[in-house]
Design a protein around this ligand. Structure first.
Ligand code: FO1
Length: 326
């Protein structure tokens, strides 16, 4: 059995950890037992800092599934130190609002070195996963550069607005200033990375973990060819709402949704996926809302407080998919 998932950062990685836990707990003769899992990761959060290419969402999936994640943060490494960051600060090197730990820097040094030697992001990601053994095939959505930039008000700028990198809006400004526009720069020219379209088309099940519907899942869907593959795959597509009773479980998806004029509800997020979504897990009570035509909605607790909780959600998603042959 082959399961393909589109994932962003923390919420997606935690869900995937639960999915793998569930699949490994199944009796060996069950079709889903030890299913092959392909993860298509968002790369538009990627940023170049201090000359190094940082891929936050790919690294969060790799570290979380590989056992190296800083559990409370959901990003960066466990048992981290910040000697290099302290030295950079002593030099006044900018930016100082995005902290790169010493262990994490090794990932970015290797990635930057391999990219500089001409390897694709797919090849680099596979090489880094050799060490981490995440238990999934982790594919970047594209090997081409795509970066999410956010247009904010700036009275001193031409036309009263300027664009900043998503990470500056997210980390330095805590998404606290309104995003007038959210742009995935370069996405029109981006091609799906090798294996991405095939992973969607040959999957038995496609899952949408509770990642940010605008800057993670939405961006992956924006790579030319990917949304079409989601529409035409014979696999049932089942998603898990990142919004619980009107608020994001974690992160600031509400700030992203309001930037695109979409209300912060489970039903409104399902509306963003309506052209290909077959099943949708929502929190208790949210199933009362009007959902798009043709989407089978199931209510259940959606908080992933620990791995077993995430595994239970993943089990329901896989079970729902089994009832939704396309
Ligand atoms: N998020 C923060 O809020 N502060 C940071 O200093 C920070 C550093 C950082 C370093 C590496 C990395 O992979 C992620 C990091 N993040 C940090 C999180 C990052 O902004 C988010 O993981 C994603 O971009 C949002 O999905």
């Amino acid at each position: 059995m082959h399961i393909t998932a589109l994932a962003g950062g923390i919420g997606g990685a935690r869900f995937l950890r639960g999915l793998l836990h569930h699949l490994r707990s199944l009796p060996s003769q069950t079709p889903a037992a030890n299913a092959r899992v392909t993860v298509i990761g968002n790369t538009a959060d990627d940023v170049t800092l201090h000359g190094l290419r940082v891929c936050p969402d790919l690294d969060t999936v790799m570290y979380t599934l590989g056992g190296g994640i800083h559990e409370e943060q959901g990003w960066g490494r466990a048992a981290e130190t910040f000697t290099v960051a302290e030295e950079l600060t002593a030099h006044g090197a900018q930016p100082q609002w995005f902290t790169l730990g010493d262990r994490d820097l090794a990932t970015h040094i290797l990635r930057t070195r391999m990219l500089g030697a001409g390897m694709t992001l797919s090849g680099v990601t596979a090489a880094l996963c050799e060490r981490w053994q995440p238990g999934v095939e982790l594919l970047p959505m594209s090997d081409d550069r795509v970066e999410t930039h956010v247009v904010i008000d700036d009275p001193d700028a031409e036309g009263g607005r300027r664009a900043i990198h998503f990470q500056e809006w997210w980390v330095r400004l805590h998404a606290a200033v309104p995003a007038r526009q959210i742009l995935a720069v370069g996405i029109e020219q981006a091609k799906p990375a090798p294996g991405v379209i095939e992973a969607i088309q040959t999957a038995d099940v496609v899952l949408l973990p509770p990642s940010n519907p605008v800057v993670s899942i939405g961006t992956i869907l924006g790579v030319p060819g990917i949304r079409e593959a989601m529409r035409t795959t014979s696999a049932p597509v089942v998603g898990i709402s990142p919004i619980v009773r009107g608020a994001p479980v974690r992160g600031m998806a509400d700030a992203c949704l309001s930037a695109i004029g979409v209300s912060t509800t489970a039903a409104a997020v399902a509306g963003l996926y309506a052209d290909f979504l077959d099943g949708w897990l929502v929190a208790d009570g949210d199933d009362k809302d009007e959902h798009p035509e043709g989407v089978t909605v199931r209510a259940r607790p959606l908080l992933m407080g620990d791995v077993p909780a995430a595994a239970a959600i993943a089990a329901d998603a896989v079970d729902l998919a089994a009832t939704l042959r396309r």
